[in-house]
Write a protein that binds this ligand. Structure first.
Ligand SMILES: *Cc1c(COP(=O)(O)O)cnc(C)c1O
Length: 427
């Protein structure tokens, strides 16, 4: 459920008219709903708690929001106020989480290629754990920690070798991709870490992919993780934490209906069978995707002699790259739908690349130049992946709460854009 709905024939975000907002802020623009972010967080937390999935000291499980899905500090702050942690993959993301008020003990540092500087930074600010993905990385964490006179709390990221995920580019849990170590490697590394003066292994973690709409591969992976925890404990090793990653899919309208958070929580309770460990999760998409839209204006509609109709927007692949990169489907709705039979359009941006096509042959309510359209489910992996390709300004971001809104990332000016570059002394 989300808070983008038609009121009196016009699309609103909560109590804010999207046409009024577009007038005031301009297009293209990302618009996020506070109520939707809050709702998605609460629904997941409550579903897990209801199934007895607990965190440290018997409290709520840690929901470390995957910052890469939406890294705007105001979005992170909205979630942090509810108790969310942050799953981060770079020093920049750790800094964003801290700026949003996420306490360091709720920040997880993930990622396959952390640098020594990044690990040192994470240790200095006191993140809750470093999720190490390989033996060389674990050794690096140990060296950096010892040089600081510290002990790095690490969790071993396991690649449980199952197939899942909505697209080959977002599947991460097969043995042939770059993420994590095998179950047997994890056992060896865990024991090794326990004997390393620079490390303290606190748990194990997995994340098998994104936009997963079938619980079976997750259950398969989680059962393997449970077995791993039991084997490690059998060897006398302490395992305090189990991080089950993110990856639950969201409805993108054309896709299989994803399981609900309640289904997900029930599956976990069943698979874990009472395993006593502090659980944590790294949800990204399921919290943020349907909490945001990209608003764009139709520049013009042109029709080829053979009949194909193109709706050319002022938004392009640099603003929302998911369709070009993952063949992703976004529902597109007119902000003020015109009456009349649906018309079939190719919806495209102005960039000189065939890939700058949001959709082909989509039936939409009739569009005219100047109309506004909204790309739904654009709150995750939207603004974070935008670029200035074609020297287009980054689309601003707006956060709505009830009848109020705030510009949480202003549209830069062309002067801002040019000021970021320097010329070479010989020019
Ligand atoms: C991307 C990622 C997530 C979040 O995935 P979603 O599909 O957005 O929930 C969580 N953990 C790790 C390690 C990731 O790389």
């Amino acid at each position: 459920m989300n808070h983008f709905e038609l009121h009196g024939g016009e699309l609103f975000c909560e109590d804010v008219s999207l046409s009024a907002l577009a007038e005031a802020v301009g297009t293209p623009v990302y618009v996020y709903s506070t109520a939707t972010l809050e709702r998605h967080y609460a629904v997941l937390r409550d579903a897990l708690v209801a199934e007895g999935i607990r965190g440290e000291h018997g409290g709520d499980p840690l929901l470390a929001f995957a910052v890469k899905a939406n890294s705007n500090v105001a979005v992170l702050k909205t979630l942090a106020k509810l108790g969310a942690g942050a799953d981060t993959v770079s020093e920049g993301e750790i800094r964003r989480a801290l700026a949003a008020g996420v306490p360091p003990e709720k920040i997880v540092f993930s990622g396959v290629g952390k640098t020594a500087d990044e690990i040192a930074f994470a240790l200095k600010v006191g993140v809750s754990e470093i999720n190490v993905e390989s033996e060389p990385e674990m050794e690096l964490a140990s060296r950096v920690a010892r040089s600081l006179g510290a002990r790095a709390l690490v969790a071993i990221r396991v690649n449980p070798d199952v197939s899942a995920g909505g697209h080959a580019k977002i599947s991460t849990g097969k043995a042939d991709n770059k993420f994590g170590v095998s179950l047997s490697e994890a056992e060896r590394l865990y024991a090794k870490a326990a004997n390393d003066a620079g490390l303290k292994p606190v748990g194990v973690t997995c994340h098998i992919g994104s936009q997963i709409t079938d619980l079976a591969p997750m259950a398969e992976a989680f059962a393997k993780m449970r077995g791993l925890v039991e084997r490690l404990r059998g060897e006398g090793l302490a395992v305090e934490r189990l991080d089950l990653g993110g990856g639950l899919g969201v409805p993108y309208f054309n896709q299989p209906t994803p399981p609900t958070p309640a289904d997900y929580a029930r599956m976990i309770a069943r698979t874990m069978g009472g395993l006593d460990v502090a659980y944590s999760f790294e949800p990204g998409r399921m919290i943020a995707a349907n909490a945001g839209v990209l608003l764009a204006r139709v520049l013009h509609v042109h029709e080829r002699p053979e009949g194909r109709k193109f709706a050319v927007l002022d938004a392009a692949m640099n603003d929302l790259i998911r369709p070009a990169m993952y063949d992703a489907y976004h529902e597109i709705v007119a902000v003020k739908p015109r009456p009349g039979a649906p018309v079939v359009y190719d919806v495209v941006g102005p960039i000189c690349e065939t890939g700058d096509t949001f959709t082909r042959e989509r039936a939409l309510s009739p569009l005219e130049a100047g109309d506004l359209v909204a790309f739904l489910s654009a709150g995750a992996y939207g603004a974070v992946m935008s670029s200035e390709y074609n020297s287009r300004l980054l689309a601003p971001e707006v956060l709505v709460k009830g009848a109020d809104y705030a510009v949480i990332r202003p549209r830069p000016t062309y002067e801002d854009m040019l000021a970021k570059e320097a010329t070479a002394p010989w020019l």
